[in-house]
Design a binder for this molecule. Structure first.
Ligand code: ADP
Ligand code: MG
Length: 232
């Protein structure tokens, strides 16, 4: 993997730099064009905009899951557009915490093993007692500590979402990308999950990028990116 130092702009460290991005799927006529987007370390950012405007697509581009047709994306000092599939995958597992819109839990694994998954699929990350303890503690913080041995299909949507949040936080990433992480939760749990994401970002000086439709919670974010501006 080619590592570079994060780009600096004045005093701020840029965690995400996008230039002249053009993206299309192989099928359909969806187009996302972003001339420039810069996100600094430690920022908390809300991606908002109508359904179908490309919010999930942009998270996938920033995580290196998909590649643009043109332009450059640098995430946490790594130019993703210059890496191959394996390089991008290794980068992602190590450095990016992802909470997927559809959770992407493995049905044949328990809650605990789903949370530990990043450590099982990346051999360079050591799964030791301290990591297990942290996994259990995270699960308790989001009220699923009593369901550690339950299998994913037997969880409610809200419980699955909280497992996905624990899994994303466990490797202590510098960048958290969360796709509607409070979408399936009641107001109490919404607040709690957001508290956990924001507390983590503050403590670890991590960057938090969240897709959200919860307009009443947008005031918590340091910055809002409205996708209508990319389709003007
Ligand atoms: P959002 O998250 O803002 O609701 P998405 O990024 O999921 O929007 O999708 C943007 C557009 O791209 C939508 O019109 C969607 O139907 C389309 N799209 C998403 N995934 C694919 C795919 N794999 N192939 C073709 N079109 C897709
Ligand atoms: Mg989406």
């Amino acid at each position: 993997m080619r590592l570079a130092l994060p780009t600096r702009l004045g005093g701020a460290v840029l965690v995400i730099t996008i230039r002249d991005l053009e993206f299309r799927y192989a099928e359909g006529d969806f187009f996302l064009g972003i001339p420039e987007l810069r996100i600094e370390r430690g920022q908390t950012v809300a991606f908002i905009g109508p359904s179908g405007s490309g919010k999930t697509t942009l998270l996938n581009l920033i995580a290196g899951i998909v590649l643009p047709r043109a332009g450059r994306i640098t995430t946490d000092g790594v130019e993703l557009t210059a890496l191959d599939d394996t390089g991008r995958r290794n980068f992602r597992i190590r450095r990016v915490g992802l909470v997927f819109q559809e959770f992407e839990l493995l049905e044949y694994l328990s809650v605990l093993d789903n949370i530990l998954l990043p450590y099982r699929i990346n051999r360079s990350m050591r799964l030791d007692g301290a990591v297990r303890e942290r996994a259990v503690r995270l699960a308790h913080e989001v009220d699923i500590g009593d369901k550690l041995h339950r299998y994913a299909p037997k969880l409610s949507q809200g419980e699955k979402q909280r497992v996905a949040v624990c899994r994303a936080l466990l490797p202590e990433p510098g960048l958290l990308l969360a796709d509607e992480p409070t979408g399936n939760l009641d107001p109490h749990n919404k607040g709690r999950v957001l508290d956990i994401l924001f507390d983590y970002a503050a403590r670890a000086d991590a960057t938090l990028v969240t897709v959200t439709h919860d307009h009443d919670l947008i005031g918590r974010y340091g910055r809002v990116v409205d996708f209508r501006e990319f389709h003007a």
